[in-house]
Ligand binder design. Structure first.
Ligand SMILES: Nc1ncnc2c1ncn2CCOCCNC(=O)c1cc(-c2ccc(F)cc2)cc(O)c1O
Ligand SMILES: [Mg+2]
Length: 214
């Protein structure tokens, strides 16, 4: 039977990265996506911006929407202080299965809780089922038309506190126009655009960082 792209990406990690070395896992995926097959990871260029925001926030509780193969999960978890937790939500069970193995190969499974399901169903369960009070950082990288409804849902569920940071991928390509309009015009957010490129290409894309003002 034919292998899938995520399966080929995992094989590249198991072949080229060192178990327990998150940086080698990140490098192996970037090398695979540049030299073999494009894949929708946040990538190395936007990944550096992600790293700088994570380091600046130094979060204790992080929510990632859209795990895919776990590339950004590994980048974020690698920068978390001890006892910090990253909850990552993935809708597609095949992607989730690959991501679990990529995260395990990096040796960061202690810091990561991967939950399978749709963000719209899981966000309302964060407090009760996952013991979350509020998130210090949310990385949005799932369906682009879910960014805005899920942000409103997190507000309604009391999952954001004064100073919580939302970092959104793909605000230009594929684009999230309704989300951008909302966080840039709402008095409850202070937003900043980090211009970059769509992963592994020269196409413009960027990350939008928005601070929730309470
Ligand atoms: N827990 C959940 N709840 C709801 N939905 C969920 C979920 N978990 C996953 N999903 C759904 C889908 O997740 C993947 C979303 N990501 C992208 O679609 C994406 C696409 C491109 C891209 C593709 C083609 C081009 F030509 C140009 C750009 C680039 C990117 O960087 C992307 O991130
Ligand atoms: Mg993305």
């Amino acid at each position: 039977t034919q292998s899938t792209r995520p399966q080929r990406l995992l094989s590249a990690v198991q072949k080229n990265a060192t178990r327990g070395d998150p940086c080698s896992v990140v490098k192996a995926i970037d090398q695979f996506c540049r030299s073999k097959e494009w894949a929708m990871n946040v990538g190395d260029e936007k990944g550096c911006i992600l790293d700088s925001v994570v380091s600046e926030v130094n979060p204790t509780t992080v929510l990632e929407l859209g795990t895919y193969c776990g590339y950004s999960t590994v980048r974020i978890a690698n920068l978390l202080p001890p006892h910090a937790k990253l909850i990552t939500l993935e809708f597609n069970p095949d992607f989730a299965a690959i991501a679990r193995q990529v995260i395990a190969w990096s040796g960061l499974e202690e810091k990561v809780q991967l939950v399978e399901g749709a963000s719209g169903d899981l966000i309302p369960k964060m407090k009760e089922d996952f013991g979350v009070k509020t998130f210090d950082l949310v990385f949005l990288d799932h369906w682009k038309d879910r960014y805005l409804p899920d942000t409103k849902l997190m507000e309604a569920c009391g999952l954001l506190r004064k100073g919580s940071i939302l970092l959104a991928d793909n605000v230009i390509c594929p684009g999230t126009p309704d989300y951008l309009e909302y966080v840039r015009s709402s008095p409850r957010y202070e937003s900043q655009y980090f211009k970059s490129h769509l992963e592994y290409t020269k196409v413009e894309d960027g990350l939008e960082k928005s601070v929730f003002l309470g």
